[in-house]
Every structure is written in structure tokens, then in C-alpha cells.
Design a protein around this ligand. Structure first.
Ligand code: NAP
Length: 513
């Protein structure tokens, strides 16, 4: 970054701790952090660090190593537009291939030299006098002109508050913190949850475990997965025919965008998808009682639509049991449900999701008045264009409020956001601004826009409880419209919604005698 700010004294970061000066501090090195870093690098900006709490890049794709982990968006679409990969092995890639892609992409754009690994952020505070962010991490302190939080929404696992869970004598592991060294062969395994992670892990482990009990609170709508290996001749076309992979990508994008019509505009258009899911269940599960238990009572799309060809067969397998009674308590060697049944258990897999509406990073970022984002968001996450928050100058959020999508590639949304943030950074440089901050009015207008767009959508009126909604029932996570509209909205910085403070105070005009 071309720093236009006069040298300010460094605020104290604690006794004996050196503070490293940087232009831009990016928290996280998943798709969002890497996308931001690469965009900066491609335009010649090198004054930035990527603060990564783990020892490698990759974010959620580094962390979610549970058996069966894969993406349910086709890789041709779920990848950077500027770093397409002609060599995907499958249409829907599995976790190791996506993680390898992210590692390769980081190397290709020489981003690793900017990474500080083991840099778990404990706090990021805005110092209004210095006009700098002071970021404290486990790997040292940083003083940055700009803070970009790309910590992600699927970063911190949720551990359910089940009585007795802490007394369990066997192994407990969250799907996002998988212990590959633990051998499940022949064990009595309990899987809690039936979301996107559970429906992948259950079929992957069911053949090797002794028994598997799937504890379902809410059934999911599941449609067939049209996954297949990518033929060598197709890979050659991707590699050698200019524009071909872009064409496939565009077709996938458009096809998926049709789902928004049903989810956000007119629910009648979801009917065929519901019928497809019902037929899938009928085809795969013969037992009417099990079928009934697996049939959701809410509109398809209200929760994320899941895709799988092997989840229902795994639940219907002789060594599997679908448990629909609530969990009353966990004992050292068993789980007891509210109907009084006690099931002996060796290992509990918590496929219980992530802190999405209560992002832990929000507790660590404190703005101008010393309050944290979490405190400011007590009544729900608010922002301008999902990227900036009044009272938090020079701070940008990637994968923050109302950017989530359930129907298409998150990478598309991330690239839209990165373009917006990059335009803001370039505007700061071009105008010689030390500080750029959005207005409360802009934030309020954006909140109203989201509320208006959310009205009548399946997420609010589909009859389900989901993490798309916060504790007040507001949609604070999803972008409730076509994604191309988000891209249009964030194409350029809405400069009129920001107050900029010049780096050097303007010369005082001569006072006439
Ligand atoms: P999730 O969608 O939040 O699902 C959590 C599951 O745990 C739900 O079935 C939930 O039940 C259940 N649960 C939570 N607390 C519980 C409790 N105390 N007792 C019983 N059940 C409980 O989490 P996830 O499956 O990890 O997926 C999260 C997100 O990650 C997805 O929506 C998706 O964005 C992403 N993801 C994507 C993929 C993919 O691309 N294939 C794979 C995995 C994850 P209720 O439904 O009743 O709340």
C-alpha cells in the first residue's frame, strides 16, 4: 500500500513486545483471505500480512478433514475465476483436492511469504490517535493501517450443550476437528446432527463401524448428487480450448441461479426440486417408517438443500439406526434419549455446525469507542454492503453479514467482496485518505434493503429454524437475492456512503488582516 499517513508513534502493545508495521493485516487464509491477498499482489501491492492461526493456508478446507468431506458445488464454479484448474479429478471435488488447490494457488501467486502462521488473533483494536489497527496475535503484534477480517463463518465449531457430554469416557470429536488417528472400526458410534457435514461423514464411516446411531433433530431435504470423475479428454478441453472452462462455469452458475427464483421470489418454482427430493427418498428408502422419519415438514430450501446418493442407504443399513427422540443426557459410556432408551456408545461425532451468527472474531475486534463488533451487533449483525461497519474505520469484512449463499459458489461472493474492498483501498490511496469509514445512515439503508429482500423468502417463511437467522429471527447471514445483484452492488466503492479523513490535515487558509 502506498502509505500516505504521516509517521505516528507506535502504541504500546504490551511490555517488551515489538510491533511490526504493515499496510494491511488480513485475518485468515481460506478462500477469502487468499483471494484478497492475491488480488493485492496482482496489482503490485505487497505491504500486507496474512495472519493465520493454523500452520497452513486453506481455512475451512484445511480444517474439515472428516471422512467423506467434499464440496457440494461443482469445482469448475467453486474455484477462483483467475486461477481455474483444468485438472479437477471429479465434478464435485473432495476436501484433499480442494485443499491442494488452495495450497497450489497460494504458491503460484507467491502469497506464502506474506503469511504469519500460528498467529491466532487475540485482539484487534482501533487506535484513533494513531489511525492504526493494533492487532495482537500469538505470533506477535502488528500495527496496520487497514484490517481485513477474512476469518470465515465456518471457522469455529459449535459444541452442543448436552447434559453429561463432558462426562463421556469415550472419544468425542467434532466433524471439523477430526482425529484421523482414531480407529472407528467395529465401534459403536453416535453421530449428532444431520446437516451438510453429517450426511457426508455418515456414509463414509458406516461400512467400517460396528453400529452407527444418527441422532436427528430435524430431517434434511436431500437431492441426488450428480458427481462423476472428469474424463481425460474433458480435462484436455479445459486445458487447451480457450474459454471452454469459462463456458462450463457460466452454465453452472446460471443453472444454480435459477434456484433463487424459487427461494427468494416465488416458491412455486421450488416444487419440482421438492418432488425430486421426495422421489430420491422413495427410491432409496423402502421402509415407510424410516421414510416418514426422514421426511422434512418444512419447505425445501428453508435449510440448506443437501446432495447425496449414499446418505439414505447408509442410514437404512442393517448396522445403522436413525434416532429421532431428543438427547436427554450423555453418560460415560452411553447416550440416553428422552424416551428413556439408553444406547451404549464408544465414540460421539458432533456434526453440529459452526458459530455463524455469533462469529467469535467479532468479540476480538474493537472499534473507535472501544466496543467490540459483537457488542455493536448485539441486536443483529449490521453492515454497509456486507463489508464495513460504522465506528470501525479502515476495517473490511469478508464473508461477514449477509454474504452467505446456500445455492451456489461462495467463491463468487468472495470475489465480489474482494473487488469492493480493493476498490476502497485504491480510493484511499488515490484520495490520500488516512481513514475511511462508512456512515450509520448507509448501514441502516443496507439493513432495510436486506430486510425488504428477505420478505417472503423461503428462509424466513419456510417453516424451519436455521442458522441463516439470528436469535431475533432476522436474516443476518444470507444474501437474499440473485448473486449477480450482489456483484453489481459491490462492483465499486459507494464513496458517497463513506467519510474520508485526509492523511495530512489541510493547510489552514491565510486569515486576511
Ligand atoms: P449445520 O448445517 O449447522 O448442521 C448442524 C446439525 O447439527 C443440524 O442437523 C442440527 O440440527 C444439529 N444439531 C445442532 N445442535 C444440536 C443439538 N444440541 N442436538 C441435536 N442436534 C443438534 O452444520 P454442518 O453440517 O457442519 O454444515 C454447516 C455448513 O457448512 C453448511 O451449511 C455448509 O454451508 C457448509 N458445509 C458444506 C459442505 C459441502 O459443501 N458439502 C459440507 C459440510 C459443510 P437442527 O437442524 O435441528 O438445528
Amino acid at each position: 500500500m502506498t502509505s500516505t499517513l504521516e509517521n505516528q508513534p507506535a502504541p504500546s502493545a504490551g511490555p517488551g513486545r515489538a510491533v511490526r508495521e504493515v499496510g494491511i493485516a488480513i485475518i485468515g487464509s481460506g478462500f477469502a483471505g487468499l483471494g484478497m491477498a492475491i488480488t493485492l499482489k496482482r496489482r503490485g501491492e505487497t505491504d500486507f500480512v496474512l495472519l493465520e492461526r493454523a500452520g497452513d493456508v486453506g481455512g475451512t478446507w484445511r480444517d474439515n478433514t472428516y471422512p467423506g468431506a467434499a464440496c457440494d458445488v461443482q469445482s469448475n464454479l467453486y474455484s477462483f475465476s483467475f486461477a481455474q484448474n483444468p485438472d479437477w479429478g471429479r465434478s464435485y471435488s473432495e476436501q484433499p483436492e480442494i485443499q491442494a488447490y488452495l495450497q497450489r494457488t497460494a504458491d503460484r501467486f507467491d502469497v506464502r511469504r506474506h503469511c504469519v502462521f500460528g498467529a491466532d488473533v487475540s485482539s484487534a483494536r482501533w487506535d484513533d490517535d494513531a489511525r492504526r489497527w493494533l492487532v495482537s496475535t500469538a505470533a506477535g503484534d502488528f500495527r496496520a493501517r487497514v484490517l481485513v477480517s477474512a476469518a470465515g463463518a465456518l471457522a469455529d465449531p459449535t459444541y452442543p450443550d448436552i447434559p453429561g457430554l463432558d462426562t463421556f469416557a469415550g472419544t468425542v470429536m467434532h466433524s471439523a476437528r477430526w482425529d484421523a488417528a482414531h480407529d472407528l472400526s467395529g465401534e459403536k458410534v453416535a453421530v449428532i446432527g444431520t446437516g451438510a457435514s453429517a450426511i457426508q461423514v455418515v456414509p463414509a464411516i458406516q461400512p467400517v463401524v460396528g453400529t452407527i446411531a444418527v441422532y436427528q433433530r430435524t430431517p434434511a431435504w436431500v437431492v441426488p448428487r450428480t458427481d462423476h470423475p472428469v474424463k481425460p479428454w474433458m480435462r484436455r478441453l479445459y486445458r487447451f480450448v480457450p474459454g471452454f472452462q469459462n463456458l462450463v462455469r457460466a452454465a453452472l452458475y446460471l443453472f444454480r441461479e435459477f434456484l433463487v427464483i424459487g427461494m427468494a421470489k416465488n416458491r412455486r418454482f421450488l416444487k419440482p426440486v421438492g418432488k425430486l427430493a421426495q422421489a430420491h427418498l422413495h427410491r432409496q428408502v423402502r421402509d415407510p417408517k424410516l421414510r416418514r422419519a426422514l421426511t422434512p415438514d418444512y419447505t425445501i430450501g428453508c435449510k440448506r438443500i443437501l446432495i447425496s446418493n449414499d446418505y439414505f442407504p447408509a442410514v437404512a443399513a442393517p448396522n445403522a439406526e436413525l434416532v429421532t427422540a431428543g438427547i436427554a443426557e450423555v453418560r460415560p459410556h452411553s447416550i440416553v434419549t428422552t424416551d428413556g432408551v439408553e444406547r451404549p456408545t464408544d465414540t460421539i461425532v458432533l456434526a453440529t455446525g459452526f458459530h455463524v451468527t455469533d462469529l467469535p472474531i467479532a468479540e476480538k475486534i474493537c472499534g473507535r469507542d472501544g466496543r467490540s463488533l459483537a457488542e455493536v451487533w448485539e441486536d443483529g449483525m449490521v453492515s454497509n454492503r456486507s463489508a464495513t461497519v460504522a465506528g470501525f474505520p479502515n476495517m473490511f469484512l469478508l464473508v461477514g453479514p449477509n454474504v452467505g449463499v446456500g445455492h451456489t459458489s461462495m467463491v463468487y461472493m468472495i470475489e465480489s467482496q474482494v473487488a469492493y474492498v480493493d476498490d476502497a483501498l485504491q480510493t484511499m490511496d488515490a484520495e490520500g485518505l488516512a481513514v475511511l469509514e462508512t456512515t450509520r445512515e448507509a448501514q441502516e439503508a443496507y439493513r432495510e434493503l436486506i430486510a425488504e429482500k428477505s420478505k417472503g423468502t423461503v428462509w424466513l417463511g419456510g417453516g424451519c429454524a436455521s442458522w441463516y437467522l439470528d436469535k431475533h429471527g432476522h436474516n443476518s447471514t444470507l444474501w437474499p437475492d440473485f448473486t449477480f445483484r450482489f456483484r453489481k452492488l459491490t462492483k465499486k466503492l459507494d464513496r458517497e456512503n463513506y467519510v474520508g479523513t485526509p492523511a495530512v490535515p489541510a493547510q489552514r487558509p491565510e486569515v486576511a488582516a
